[in-house]
Design a protein around this ligand. Structure first.
Ligand code: HEM
Length: 400
């Protein structure tokens, strides 16, 4: 795991991941008072061959920010911005102040597993005079049936994903990066999300979404054969080791969903709600029991329904299409009709969206059982370049 603990406050700090980089953080063995210190002191290095914030477990809090370049910003201005942003992100991830005289919202807190991940939208390349270097994989996503996208909350020249296990740490990093962009780029949209706080469950577990389902079980894992090929790009040159992030703000129609009986809810997904076990596995199945899409009950009826989400989304149903999902919940108050503006900030990382997200969403949108309870309200696609070495910045191989 990249996670490490700064300043060992107390014995038995256990923030290292269980079961490799993808495993959830281990339950701290230390008394509760020390568990808090462990959470704040956990740090994920900013520098490395890959950007942080892709394979690491989702933190408790995320801020997504899209920026548009100001019309006066050229390639050198973009390079200056990315250099400044990378330096500030590296300092904050190491638990150091981002800059002189900063506002210190997060004073007192450690980095709390802060990761800052930068992405480039298709529109960036023309504006920065780099049209000939725009990767083919950044081609616009097709329109999907049922899309209800708000252009003002979609797209963007630049994207920053800020994750931390403390909300003040995350928002502080956001404020720092917005201020550093002054005169070069302006925020286009912001979204805030959340996931389980480490330590909230008695042992590390897959998280739940706002429909109450265990969500993330069948994600590919870094130790799986083919993981790198599915998630990380090999080209163009400056993108080797990077990834492509598809973002969707998906509102859940929770009022309708919440009135469904439990067995309906379970059939719609194809997994048990209590523990996430696949419905193909019978009463003894556990979360990790492999899904058997062919399993039938004694009457010959498929145990995982033809329109169950896990069947329609499975790689086996989509020519092997695979992606690493790393979404967060959002709950942003009420809509004018009184219903909750809540759902999933869906993010999928893949080597090429045309072989990951796109075919899967095409099938889901045509009618898996879940789509009826969802509205895709915003969409974006970003090239997430490889990480920067010490002294370098994200995007440097493209810009210099
Ligand atoms: C699996 C929920 C949207 C792709 C799952 C599972 C749940 C779930 C509960 C089963 C556990 C797991 O393996 O993670 C949701 C909800 C969504 C949503 C609530 C919207 C709010 C999407 C979208 C895509 C997607 C938009 C991609 C276009 C997948 C894939 C799997 C999956 C690939 C794994 C299937 C397998 O191989 O078993 N989702 N999902 N999901 N979902 Fe979604």
């Amino acid at each position: 795991s990249r996670r490490a603990v700064l300043g060992g406050a107390g014995a038995g700090l256990a923030v290292g991941a269980a079961g490799g980089a993808w495993g959830r953080r281990a339950w701290a063995q230390a008394p509760a008072a020390d568990a808090g210190a462990a959470l704040g002191g956990a740090r994920v290095p900013f520098h490395g061959p890959r950007q942080a914030g892709i394979v690491e477990p989702a933190q408790a809090r995320v801020e997504w920010a899209a920026f548009d370049l100001l019309s006066s910003t050229r390639r050198d201005g973009l390079a200056a911005l990315l250099r400044t942003w990378s330096a500030a992100a590296a300092r904050m991830a190491a638990g150091e102040p981002a800059a002189e005289g900063e506002n210190q919202i997060a004073l007192d807190a450690g980095p709390s597993s802060l990761t800052v991940t930068f992405g480039f939208g298709a529109t960036l390349f023309d504006k920065a005079g780099l049209a000939d270097r725009r990767p083919e994989a950044l081609a616009a996503l097709p329109a999907f049936p049922g899309d209800a996208l708000d252009p003002a909350r979609s797209g963007g020249d630049l994207w920053v994903q800020i994750g931390a296990d403390d909300a003040l740490v995350a928002v502080h990093a956001l404020r720092v990066l917005v201020r550093l962009a002054t005169g070069l780029a302006a925020p286009r949209w912001l979204m805030s999300g959340f996931a389980r706080t480490p330590g909230a469950t008695p042992h590390p577990m897959t998280g739940r979404n706002l429909m109450g389902q265990v969500d993330g079980t069948n994600n590919p894992r870094p130790q799986d054969a083919g993981f790198d090929a599915a998630v990380f790009a090999t080209g163009p040159d400056w993108m080797a080791g990077g990834s492509y992030a598809v973002l969707r703000r998906i509102r859940m129609l929770l009022e309708g969903w919440d009135t469904l009986p439990l067995d309906r809810q379970e059939r719609i997904i194809g997994r048990r709600k209590s523990d996430g076990a696949p419905l193909s596995g019978g009463p003894d199945a556990v979360e990790r029991t492999p899904v058997d899409l062919a399993a039938t009950d004694p009457d010959g009826v498929l145990r995982i329904a033809p329109d169950a989400h896990v069947r329609v989304a499975a790689a086996a149903s989509n020519g092997g299409a695979a992606m690493l999902r790393r979404g967060f919940s959002f709950h942003d108050g009420l809509l004018p009709d009184g219903s909750p503006d809540a759902g999933l900030l869906f993010a999928a990382y893949q080597a090429d969206p045309a072989h990951g997200f796109v075919p899967v969403q095409q099938r889901l949108a045509r009618g898996d059982g879940l789509s009826r309870y969802l509205r895709h309200e915003a969409s974006a696609l970003f090239a997430v370049p490889p990480g920067a070495p010490e002294g370098g910045y994200v995007g440097q191989p493209l810009l210099e």
